[in-house]
Design a binder for this molecule. Sequence first.
Ligand SMILES: Nc1ncnc2c1ncn2[C@@H]1O[C@H](COP(=O)(O)OP(=O)(O)O)[C@@H](O)[C@H]1O
Ligand SMILES: [Mg+2]
Length: 277
Amino acid sequence: MSKARVVVVGNEKGGAGKSTIAIHLTTALAWQDARVAVIDLDLRQQSLGHFLASRRKWLEASGASAPMPAEFKLGDQPARFADEAADAGVSRFAEILAEARARADFIVIDTPGGDTALSRAAHAAADLIVTPMNDSFVDFDLLGSVDPVTLDLGKPSIYAETVWEARKQRAVTDGGRIDWVVLRNRLAVTEARNRKRLDERIEALSRRVGFRVGPGLRDRVIYRELFPFGLTVADLSPAIRPVAVSLAHVAARQELRSLVQALDLDLSAQPLTATAA
Ligand SMILES: Nc1ncnc2c1ncn2[C@@H]1O[C@H](COP(=O)(O)OP(=O)(O)O)[C@@H](O)[C@H]1O
Ligand SMILES: [Mg+2]
């Protein structure tokens, strides 16, 4: 039996930070000397796929060396598995997942915003689901409802139900259990009042539907500015430095490291050391 851990980054909300989290986890894990495979199930946007293609080109051009995760693709034209060919997409996904399991320690899967058959299949195969959400009641609405008058927590809503279904399916298929971590993304330094209210609702919901609350990521330019190079803050070193390094990068690496630890994905005794000397 393969022991590959399947990490699915999911949230039906678009723009929550799924692809951002997926590329950061992928690179952070790859630098831990783990064998990392990725599967991009956002058939239209292919952010993770584009990131890896840019990474390959940038590394070739710069002559620098950095770990290159293995990408497992549904096909050359993934978009053709959208909509009418969804069933074919789900069986193709099972095939590439099996291939990835045989060759990797971690499999990071990025999913689309919205509810698709492929996304559900990925959720049901997960050992760990990571859900980024923006620091906003608009994003919370997909996890649970909130009473408009009292702001009391109502019942779990659509995305929480998707995870619930995935957990049921996983339990039936192989008796496995799915760990679920929700984390706030793009935190601003301001907005403390709204955040406190949201914090309380998230804590209450976490107990009710069974997720852990992970450490959030601040809104930082560095989380998006390295994307065109196919790099993240986890890659920065004296040899890999496409932008000027600042103290904010050190803080970002620390945030990323805390996240990897909270997700129980931290393999190495060696911490990711900051390079902004
Ligand atoms: N922590 C962050 N700091 C700065 N920008 C971010 C952060 N997280 C996400 N973004 C930006 O927000 C937008 C949406 O993020 P993305 O990862 O594409 O979301 P999703 O994959 O859930 O649709 C992108 O422009 C991305 O660069
Ligand atoms: Mg995305």
